[in-house]
Design a protein around this ligand. Structure first.
Ligand SMILES: [Zn+2]
Length: 292
């Protein structure tokens, strides 16, 4: 019996690692990382501001007051490259709360939004920006969203944070940009995946093939096989792979996915719907909201 009738949803606005691929992808997508988690009828949580944050913002337009919660896994470019042109930053009635482990995030933003990189300086943005500094590891109830957020550090050059969202019945884990071999040793990601109960959906870094990982072992990424083994050991029901390598085109990714079933490869625009802590339905992108 599903204690939470509304379930939990995860929408992928960008699933590409590093940069858009050389040949446009019509199946898996071209945007870099941005993922949305929400309980239906509640405000969303956005994870990362890769270029996928741009269509995410357009989708959220017209859904009432502009009060956004954005969680940053880390500050590498592919997770932040929508920032300078992100529409909510230029809306005077918008309040954006940035949640991260970086105490100096306002200073980082001021450096990024400065001459000669950007014509609008940080202190001239129209929106109200708020900054919530998270400890390296912890758990917190988010009353607006009605979700418990848990997080912890992931092995990746300069660090990264993995997140778990839990409504008491359904749980999703988002762990992009992670050396999955090292993460399995630390125990932090396994704990996010399995505690207090196994996640119904885990989204894990599958940037590399086995051969690519052997060539670039220190880049802080994983393979789908590592993700599958870890998710399986932790009792995760559904695994979706993300942070697709820009050299991996639609044909290549579809072939791996077919051979790796039931592991799925995240597709830009898809929403995974969880009830009873299982993915019951996968839908294409939500209909566009009516512009306000
Ligand atoms: Zn990345």
């Amino acid at each position: 019996m599903d204690g939470n009738k509304n379930g939990l949803q995860m929408t992928f606005w960008g699933v590409r690692g590093n940069v858009a691929p050389a040949h446009a992808s019509t199946v898996f997508g071209n945007h870099t990382t941005c993922t949305e988690v929400r309980r239906p009828g509640r405000p969303p949580l956005l994870f990362d501001l890769g270029t996928g944050a741009y269509p995410a913002a357009l989708s959220l337009r017209g859904q009432g007051a502009c009060e956004l919660d954005v969680f940053l896994t880390h500050l590498h470019y592919d997770h932040l490259n929508a920032l300078p042109v992100w529409p909510p930053l230029y809306l005077p009635d918008c309040t954006i709360r940035f949640w991260s482990t970086y105490a100096d995030l306002p200073q980082v933003f001021a450096r990024l939004l400065a001459s000669p990189f950007h014509p609008v300086p940080y202190d001239k943005l129209n929106a109200t920006l708020q900054f919530e500094v998270l400890p390296t590891q912890g758990s917190r109830y988010l009353a607006r969203q009605g979700l418990t957020l848990s997080w912890g550090p992931l092995p990746h050059p300069q660090g990264c944070t993995g997140f778990r969202c839990d409504d008491g019945t359904n749980a999703v884990v988002f762990a992009t940009d992670v050396d999955l071999g090292a993460a399995r040793q630390t125990g932090i990601l396994p704990a996010l995946l399995s505690h207090p109960y196994p996640a119904g959906l885990a989204v894990l870094d599958g940037f590399f093939t086995d051969e690519e990982l052997a060539r670039f072992p220190d880049w802080g990424h994983g393979t789908w096989r590592q993700g599958r083994d870890l998710a399986s050991a932790c009792g995760v029901d559904t695994l979706a792979i993300t942070h697709h390598h820009p050299d991996h085109d639609d044909v290549f990714l579809a072939a791996i996915e077919a051979a790796a079933a039931p592991v799925r490869w995240a597709r830009e625009g898809q929403t995974f719907h969880l009830h009873d802590n299982r993915v019951q339905r996968i839908t294409p992108s939500r209909p566009e909201a009516t512009p306000s």
